[in-house]
Design a binder for this molecule. Sequence first.
Ligand code: SAH
Length: 232
Amino acid sequence: MSKKQKHMLDTIRQEAKFTASYTGRETFDERVMQAMQAVDREAFVFVSDKDLAFEDSPLPIGYGQTISQPYMVALMTDLVDVTTEDVVLEIGTGSGYQAAVLSRLVRQVFTIEKIPELAESARQRLKALGYDNVEVRSGSGYHGWKEKAPFDAIIVTAAATHIPQSLVDQLKPGARMVIPIGLPYMHQELMLVTKGKSGTTHTDSVLGVSFVPLVMADDEDSINPYDGSNTG
Ligand code: SAH
């Protein structure tokens, strides 16, 4: 492990401790930390940002979007409690980094990206790096991915104004979803939605976060007005 990588993992461990009173998790699963170590974040950022790849901060990936902060990727991955048999849906592929981390831990990752150019470059990047249990679809993830549902876990990596019912419907009994909820540039909270064995859902707020917005069903056709200066 390089010095920079060790720095990234140490920062995630520290941050996990700082936020334990909110998240209920003092440390993250060792498997999650191993996946964070195994996936080279440098391969998911602009060449000009390689020096910053292992810093615990989001970075631009073009089109006003960002690759999430490593701690946030680790936290969201940890919160959904996946196993090696699981099939997971991600909404907001972006660079493909979160999908790559997940792919190390589960059987299959399905991921949807709204911006066609980002979907295509993530698909190519993941293929070149050998993450062959990830399928990238270009389009809106607001309605989930019906043909591949139900899922053992869903991770939404852009902030929604409410929890989309279609995503809740695509969770298996016992499954979990993490989703940032709130308005762009306003207070947002990472929510953990758990579907009980009987199908009833339970929602907990985990902690305050800052993500780029999820394009919702009613504004699908609007032009993205955001400049990527927020930190999701
Ligand atoms: N998970 C990404 C970070 C993504 S940032 C990574 O690891 O790099 C959030 C992404 O969600 C952006 O790429 C944005 O284009 C995408 N997005 C926003 N609304 C969406 C929607 N309705 N469906 C699918 N993707 C969406």
